[in-house]
Structure formats: structure tokens, C-alpha cells
Design a protein around this ligand. Structure first.
Ligand SMILES: Nc1ncnc2c1ncn2[C@@H]1O[C@H](COP(=O)(O)OP(=O)(O)O)[C@@H](O)[C@H]1O
Ligand SMILES: [Mg+2]
Length: 189
């Protein structure tokens, strides 16, 4: 590219969809990726499942149908933002393959980057930053993913993050490198 080219650089819109158990590190990783993208002057919308439960999804519970509806809505909002040309990050457990597939189907092929933030249940449970696993084990919380509600791991995620071996910063760099490889982000050099 000619450095003197006066035309504004255009950024391809896309979505990075972080899925994984509660406590796997989705929100942490999404924040780091947001920071790394902003450092490259790519503005992003960061949609966090927990935050959306205080507004858009405040009427929903946690049974299978409610979880499905929550993900359907997040997928629709994502579609609107991507159609408007934005880069969107979604951090949501999104436990069911069908829901993630539907969200993917709303986005142009190649622009939906599914990132599986993968930790074994015992690691997520040991982290338990919000004390929710303990509540679920004690029977005070029902339909908790990994305990009495299933998590279906993605079969073909664009990025599979081993969130035990990798610290969040390195995982963030891995996601950025995969965006470059997919042609969604200009190489820094
Ligand atoms: N790659 C990692 N390695 C070690 N600890 C992590 C990693 N990613 C996140 N954590 C820690 O794990 C906990 C859960 O992270 P969080 O991002 O809130 O998970 P989620 O959004 O998936 O529920 C936090 O205490 C966070 O600091
Ligand atoms: Mg989170």
C-alpha cells in the first residue's frame, strides 16, 4: 500500500465470538483483544453476555430455552452492527452448538471468527471468580453450565485457545495473528 494514499483505510467488518465455560477467561480475553485492536486504530463494540443480562436479556433465566433466546438476541444485535460496518466482540458462554451456528449464519462467510476459550471444568471451577460454581455445587443455583446444564464444545472453531497453557496476553496475540491470517486485519509490518 502507498503510504501517501489519501483515501481512508477501510476496515472489513467482522465478529469475534468467544465461547467457553464460565470462568474460562472469555471476558478477560475479549478485553485484551479490544485493547490490541484499538491500538491498531480499529474501534470495536464489546458485547459481554453478563452485561447484556442486565439490559437486553434481563427478562431471561437460564434454562435451555432462555439460554437459546439470549444467544439469538445477541446474534441479531451482532448482525445489525456488522451490517453497519462495525467490528464486534461477543463474550458469552453460548453453550449450544445450534445457537452459535445460527449466530454464524447471520454473518457473511469468513467474517465470523469463533474462539473457543478452552479450560477443563475443574480449572474453571477452581478459578470461580464469582463464586457461582460453589453455589451450583451446593444446589443454590440450577441450570449452571458444566454442572447441571451442558456445554457443547465447538467442533470447528476458527481459533482454539488453550486457556490453561496460555496467559491472556499471549492468547490475545494468537487471536490477532489469526485475524491477520484470515485477511481481516492488516499486518502490522
Ligand atoms: N488465560 C488465563 N490464565 C489464567 N487465568 C485466567 C486466564 N484468563 C482469565 N483468567 C482468570 O480467570 C477468571 C475468569 O475470567 P473471566 O474472563 O471472567 O471468565 P469468563 O468471562 O469466561 O467467565 C478471572 O479471575 C481471570 O483473571
Ligand atoms: Mg465473562
Amino acid at each position: 500500500m502507498n503510504a501517501d494514499d489519501p483515501r481512508p483505510k477501510t476496515q472489513t467488518p467482522f465478529v469475534i465470538w468467544f465461547t467457553g465455560l464460565s470462568g474460562s477467561g472469555k471476558s478477560t480475553l475479549a478485553s485484551i483483544v479490544e485493547e490490541l485492536l484499538r491500538a491498531r486504530e480499529v474501534p470495536v463494540h464489546n458485547l459481554d453476555g453478563d452485561a447484556l443480562r442486565r439490559g437486553l436479556n434481563q427478562d431471561l433465566g437460564y434454562d435451555d430455552d432462555a439460554r437459546d433466546e439470549s444467544i439469538r438476541r445477541i446474534g441479531e444485535v451482532t448482525r445489525i452492527l456488522v451490517d453497519a460496518g462495525h467490528v464486534v466482540l461477543v463474550a458469552a458462554i453460548s453453550p449450544f452448538e445450534s445457537g452459535r451456528k445460527r449466530a454464524r449464519s447471520l454473518i457473511e462467510p469468513g467474517r465470523f471468527i469463533e474462539v473457543f476459550v478452552d479450560v477443563p471444568l475443574d480449572v474453571a471451577e477452581a478459578r470461580d471468580p464469582k463464586g457461582l460454581y460453589r453455589l451450583a455445587r451446593e444446589g443454590h443455583l440450577t441450570n449452571f453450565t458444566g454442572i447441571d446444564s451442558p456445554y457443547e464444545p465447538p467442533s470447528h472453531p476458527e481459533v482454539h485457545v488453550d486457556a490453561v497453557a496460555l496467559n491472556p496476553r499471549d492468547a490475545g496475540e494468537l487471536v490477532i495473528a489469526s485475524l491477520e491470517a484470515a485477511g481481516l486485519l492488516a499486518n502490522r509490518s
